[in-house]
Ligand binder design. Structure first.
Ligand code: MSP
Length: 472
């Protein structure tokens, strides 16, 4: 068991150039499960869960123009779609952060000024190939046949402009040293090794301002430049703790979650900026894998984009959260398919826990059993706790579904419908204890299911409820 007293978890802040998609939902659902887990262990007031939107930069400005909107109006609209989607998905964030929040501008400017005053920023000229999809200059290995490997349909731009540079080359060895001393950590191990290798291969200074992009936060000592969108965005994690005194204590973050595509920014550049500004480093940077849909990259042109809102309409928030997190091991790359979602929904939810709840409730109703209010177990099972504390939500869910399977087997073997009187009551009480275990453990993942089990079995006379998961 950990000796944590508080827990601060973040998702990336997502670009508002498009509506929230399944990739954003995946990361956010995982972060929500960790937040809910720790709230139960540490108390609500000791957890801070941050998500939000990344609203500046060339990519967002271009999307606004394409939509025929002023950038602020456009970002207001898309940010609202994120808020709405997270509500539908039952995401329990504490703060929804927007980088266009005027309070953020001040935090960014103060932090940059500090780094500038420390002599770690200088003026130079940048010449390179810029990918607006990535919002960064590409290195030669990131360009294949004249296209960005991640954004093959995006036109690359040869750019040369005056920029301010951050002395990343000077900071990188100190960051590597901090990583090796365990001052912060990067997981899983394979990704850490990649990052360390890259850090050792020689790091160049990075440009941290733009002259050609007006949609951004002005550089405090030279307002003809705006802050590079990635620097502006990373600082959100710190900024969110600075708006209210009561939140100060959460800094530094305990867990930054993102996919491997943006690990470099989170595992080196972020720590270098913090060090340069004299701020403490986060505890854990966790990169999960990337998924494909039916074996292909999810993309509008292929037509395999899965809309999280539609998925919630189809399956309900709880089920969708379950399907996402059990699709493949968190941390690895994986593949999703609508066909497998349906199979799994029917097997694990409709015919699995849903059926189990109905059967036990039905027998208990006939036996006139009273559920005793307040007797629901409150602590996580050791294997669920250990999976969650080693950041393996899929393993935690597997452990919970083992309890379900075990209970299913007991009922199958004991044939309680043939029992009567005290024997029946004894068997049912054992089943209900197991269902209570499922309810508490599943809470971080499927909050509505957890509450439904509690309502049926732990609050007064037991009645068979309507099916929790209709077969599809
Ligand atoms: N705005 C930056 C992040 C700044 S954080 C200081 C950004 N935004 S993004 O909208 O492109 O979101 C990227 C993140 O979305 C990934 O790191 C991951 O969390 C999630 N995913 C997007 N597509 C995904 C998959 N296909 N698979 C897994 N996660 C995916 O980058």
């Amino acid at each position: 068991m950990s000796d944590r007293k508080q827990f601060y978890v973040t998702t990336p802040i997502y670009y508002v150039n498009e509506r929230p998609h399944l990739g954003h939902a995946y990361t956010t659902v995982a972060a929500d499960a960790f937040a809910r887990y720790w709230r139960k262990v540490l108390g609500d007031e000791n957890v801070f869960f941050l998500t939000g939107t990344d609203e500046h930069g060339a990519k967002v400005a271009a999307a606004a123009e394409k939509a025929g909107r002023a950038p602020q109006q456009f970002t207001d609209e898309v940010a609202a779609q994120y808020v709405e989607t997270w509500q539908l998905l039952n995401i329990s964030y504490d703060t929804f952060f927007r980088t266009t929040d005027p309070r953020h501008r001040k935090v960014v400017q103060d932090l940059l000024q500090k780094i500038y005053d420390a002599g770690l920023i200088y003026k130079g000229t940048y010449k390179g190939t810029y990918c607006i999809g990535c919002e960064k200059y590409l290195s030669p290995e990131e360009i294949v046949d004249g296209h960005c490997v991640l954004h093959p349909t995006t036109q690359l731009v040869e750019q040369e402009e005056e920029n301010y540079f951050f002395k990343l080359s000077e900071l990188a060895p100190r960051v590597l040293d901090a990583l090796e001393r365990g001052e912060y950590r990067v997981i899983p191990e394979g990704r850490r090794a990649e990052i360390v290798g890259k850090m050792q291969s020689g790091i160049e200074d990075i440009s941290i301002s733009r002259q050609g992009v007006t949609w951004g936060i002005p550089v405090p000592w030279d307002e003809s430049h705006t802050t590079y969108v990635w620097v502006d965005a990373l600082i959100n994690y710190y900024s969110a703790t600075q708006f209210e005194d009561s939140l100060n204590r959460f800094w530094p973050a305990d867990l930054h979650i993102m996919a491997k595509d943006i690990l470099w920014f989170h595992a080196l550049i972020w720590e270098a900026l913090l060090m340069a500004a004299g701020l403490p480093l986060p505890e854990t940077v966790l990169a999960h894998g990337f998924f494909t849909v039916d074996g292909q990259k999810m993309s509008k042109s292929i037509g395999n984009v899965i809309d999280p809102v539609q998925m919630v309409e189809e399956y309900g928030a709880d089920s969708f959260r379950y399907l996402l997190l059990t699709a493949f091991a968190f941390g690895n790359d994986g593949d999703l398919s609508l066909a497998r979602f349906r199979e799994k929904y029917n097997a694990d939810l409709a015919n699995g826990i849903g059926n189990l709840v109905s059967r036990v409730a039905n027998l208990a109703e006939k036996a006139e059993l009273e559920g005793s209010a307040g007797s629901m177990p409150q602590a996580f099972s050791p294997d669920v706790a250990s999976a969650m504390e080693s950041f393996k939500p899929d393993e935690a869910l597997r452990a919970i579904w083992e309890i379900v399977a075990e209970l299913d087997r007991s009922i199958h073997d004991e044939e309680p419908w043939k029992l009567r009187g005290e024997e029946l009551r004894e068997a049912l009480s054992r089943y209900i204890v197991k269902l209570g275990e499922v309810a508490v453990n599943v809470g971080p993942f499927m909050p509505a299911l957890s509450q439904a089990i509690e309502a049926v079995f732990f609050s007064g006379p037991i009645r068979k409820p309507d099916p929790l998961f209709l077969r599809k």
